[in-house]
Design a protein around this ligand. Structure first.
Ligand code: NAD
Ligand code: MG
Length: 411
């Protein structure tokens, strides 16, 4: 259990009682602060200003919100990804003692700032990989929302974390649930984990129906309010596919130790089954603030005013097997994980391209897994990829995936 070993060993980094001098506040960098996770993380900071200090905020395009957040939280620095917006942000923060940087390379530098204790990686997609890796290399603790980082380069990321003694605290609700179930179980073997999936907005629909789906309905998730990319991933069930790979890296699991069960109410966030057959589940209302807060404050549970779960309001919690025929993405993820090397990087790049094409009405809903499958079949396989190989593989796959999207793959 890679992650737990390091969490266990390095508990004094956080808020655990210790004879070592503890920082009065934890200084955090929030990468992707204008997104769904980033904004919820700032809600947590707002409620815990005595315990958390924002050191860095970053966004790709939403300069207005980034400026507003910077004025409220007074970070040491902000990074705007889109360099064309640099002057606008700089001018707006002119009177404030806040450094302003622009571009992806700047972000990689800024996350290494000495004053940062923890980096919340909440950028969406492959774009989050370099900054997360740089933060790990600089020895920062990581609260990881950006699952694509582990999907694309799980081996590199976990090796770097191990070498630097860095803990990776999961933010994804399923992985946080597993992490919470494993508390106190460090020495016990996991027989399997059971990842729960809501089933998304098209649960129970067949392939014929799915061919007619448009983005307006695909963007309406029944239980969670999230960014557009993960919402479409949740509708195709690729989100669960990505989460299988994420879990394998976080908890050092083999593919056969990971099971997916559809649980439409999203109350059980995931489960762990131990060698004696006992199953532990973590439960609560679907609210990302809880796993974000758990990652930021681990090993402490801090008081929250999030709404509480009422069993009487949910007399029936139900479970069913996923429909692997209508939703082939989970199987594609298992295939990529079993193949290893750069295959999950190929899967991720193809999926990002196809999802964005779907959001622009350029391909149909069922074309998304088809594009992924074709790219996996035709991509250049590398058994032991370096970071440079991943960057190249991502680029090559995007070119291929764009071609497939243009050809209208399902036709
Ligand atoms: P989002 O689209 O709402 O926000 C993405 C953030 O990343 C924004 O701040 C944006 O400015 C920034 N960003 C986008 N492209 C960038 C680029 N090229 N360079 C730098 N920054 C860039 O996404 P989200 O829903 O908050 O998800 C963020 C990550 O967390 C994803 O990896 C997602 O899978 C994961 N996650 C999200 C949720 C959720 O409830 N939203 C739950 C679990 C996991
Ligand atoms: Mg999740």
């Amino acid at each position: 259990m890679f992650l737990l070993k390091y969490c266990y060993r390095n508990i004094s980094h956080s808020f655990a009682p210790s004879t070592m001098a503890q920082p009065t506040k934890k200084n955090i960098a929030i990468l992707g602060s204008t997104g769904s996770i980033g904004k919820q993380a700032l809600d947590i900071v707002r409620a815990n200003l005595d315990k958390l200090q924002v050191e860095v905020l970053s966004a790709e395009n939403n300069a207005d919100l980034l400026i507003q957040q910077a004025i409220e939280f007074s970070p040491n620095a902000v990074v705007i990804g889109n360099e064309e917006k640099y002057q606008f942000v700089k001018d707006a923060l002119f009177k404030h003692d806040i450094k302003v940087y622009a571009g992806a390379d700047a972000l990689v530098q800024v996350v290494q700032m000495e004053s940062i204790h923890m980096v919340l990686a909440a950028i969406v997609g492959f774009a989050g990989l370099r900054s997360t890796l740089a933060a790990i290399e600089a020895g920062k603790q990581i609260a990881l929302a950006n699952k694509e980082t582990l999907v694309v380069a799980g081996a590199l990321v976990t090796e770097a974390a191990k070498a630097k003694g860095v803990n990776i605290y999961p933010v994804d609700s399923e992985h946080s649930a597993i992490f919470q179930c494993l508390a106190g179980e460090f020495h016990n073997k996991i027989e399997k984990i059971i990842l729960t999936a809501s089933g998304g907005p098209f649960r129970g629909k067949d392939k014929k129906f799915l061919e007619t789906v448009k983005k307006e309905t695909a963007l309406k998730h029944p239980n969670w309010s999230m960014g557009n990319k993960i919402t479409i991933d949740s509708a195709t069930l690729m989100n669960k596919g990505l989460e299988i790979i994420e879990a394998a890296w976080l908890f050092a699991l083999k593919p056969e130790q990971i099971e997916v069960i559809v649980h439409p109410q999203s109350i059980i966030h995931s489960m762990v089954q131990f060698e004696d057959g006992s199953i532990k589940a973590q439960m609560g209302l679907p609210d990302m603030k809880l796993p974000i807060q758990y990652a930021l404050f681990y090993p402490l549970r801090v008081h929250s005013s999030f709404p509480r779960f009422d069993f009487a309001a949910y007399p029936s919690l139900t479970f069913e097997k996923p429909d692997y025929t209508a939703f082939p993405s989970i199987q594609l993820a298992f295939d990529a994980m079993k193949k290893g090397g750069n295959m999950a990087c190929i899967l991720n790049a193809a999926n990002e391209v196809a999802v964005h094409a779907f959001l622009r009405d350029e391909v149909g809903f069922t074309d998304i897994p088809t594009v992924v499958k074709k790219c996996m079949e035709q991509g250049t396989f590398i058994e032991k990829p370096t970071l440079a190989d991943h960057l190249e593989s991502d680029k090559e796959t995007r070119v291929k995936a764009i071609e497939f999207c243009k050809k209208n793959v399902s036709a």
